[in-house]
Design a protein around this ligand. Sequence first.
Ligand SMILES: Cc1cc2nc3c(=O)[nH]c(=O)nc-3n(C[C@H](O)[C@H](O)[C@H](O)COP(=O)(O)OP(=O)(O)OC[C@H]3O[C@@H](n4cnc5c(N)ncnc54)[C@H](O)[C@@H]3O)c2cc1C
Ligand code: FES
Length: 356
Amino acid sequence: MLGTRVADALAGPHDVDHYLELLRPDWAVRRIRGEIVAVRHQNDDSVTLTLRPTGTWPGFRAGQHVEITVEVDGVRHRRSYSPSGSAHPRTRDIELTVRRHPEGVVSRHLKEHAEVGMFVGLSAPRGDDFVLPEVRPRRIVLISGGSGVTPVLSMLRTLTDEGHAGEITFLHYARSAEDLLYARDLEAIAADHPNVTLLRTFTRDGGGELEGRFGPEHLRRALPVDEDAAAFVCGPGALVEATRALWEDQGLITPLRFEHFAPPVLPDLDPDQLGTVTFAGSGVSSEADGSTLLEQAEAAGLSPVNGCRMGICLTCKCTLNAGQVRDTLSGAIGGVPGEEIRICVSAPVGDVSVDL
Ligand SMILES: Cc1cc2nc3c(=O)[nH]c(=O)nc-3n(C[C@H](O)[C@H](O)[C@H](O)COP(=O)(O)OP(=O)(O)OC[C@H]3O[C@@H](n4cnc5c(N)ncnc54)[C@H](O)[C@@H]3O)c2cc1C
Ligand code: FES
């Protein structure tokens, strides 16, 4: 009964979960929250959080991500993080590893302030493309760089928990051995599972199983010709793009799935293509600087609702009144008045007006 819309209406003005949160933050009937029950600093640049979710957490598929909501200086922010644990956990706890970005609002906050007993908001798991197929292929290649290790480690842990007997190659790129997240966990998994091959590359210091950058030689070591195979790559844009390009060059039939943690960086727009941006709903205008409409709105003092900030969650959608925008993921220019656009991945081209 508590979980119904009727109960929300009776509880008003807020939903039932709002009141439950005030009583006991670990109770919820519809929303999902997670209590931080452990904090581990694997290195100076990252923090690993173990979250105990409310009973409303439905579980996740290896490779999916969740959106967490945290309050920083009185403002709520949402960001996506990929659980790194097995999808068949012994407890319901979820593990997230967050790499700190020097200018990053949420990653810096979590690195510096996350502590046991703190609660964060959680979304249901998201993303159905970057997941292990239901019927597991015989050979699986997992490629990652930096914090991109999280979703593919989840896949590796899930497969080993399932007793997957096929070959799994785990190719990871880090600047140095000290930078490698989950170093001991990966070594332990490889030591316990003869079908798991760990190929590490330390791009700055060398000394791993492979040297240099991802290219044909690394691919040859990772993926002998096999029809029943699948590959996954997650990491910095350069690694993901190099992998995709090699796949295309070599015409590989093995399906490659990829995930970016940050949108690719496009060349700057020609200054002649920059105009005036009008946020019509707020009566605010500013001169375009080539950044996204979301960034420009924030720079103009507005606080549009947003989540992933890279075109995935759709929470930032708003109506384009006039003008055209460049899709910062693909570089394509388009847009017609009345169209719903994602302002986090839309940069104005010429004079633009949005209903914000
Ligand atoms: C599907 C998905 C899964 C993700 N999983 C993880 C994860 O498991 N672990 C993890 O650490 N991060 C992950 N991320 C990235 C994460 O959501 C945040 O983008 C990141 O933590 C930065 O947030 P912030 O608030 O600190 O930075 P912001 O305040 O949003 O940005 C500050 C600056 O950092 C730049 N920036 C933001 N994110 C990145 C990035 N990923 N790489 C390079 N520059 C960036 C921005 O362009 C900006 O200049 C994931 C992202 C997606 C979309
Ligand atoms: S903030 Fe997620 S799509 Fe824009």
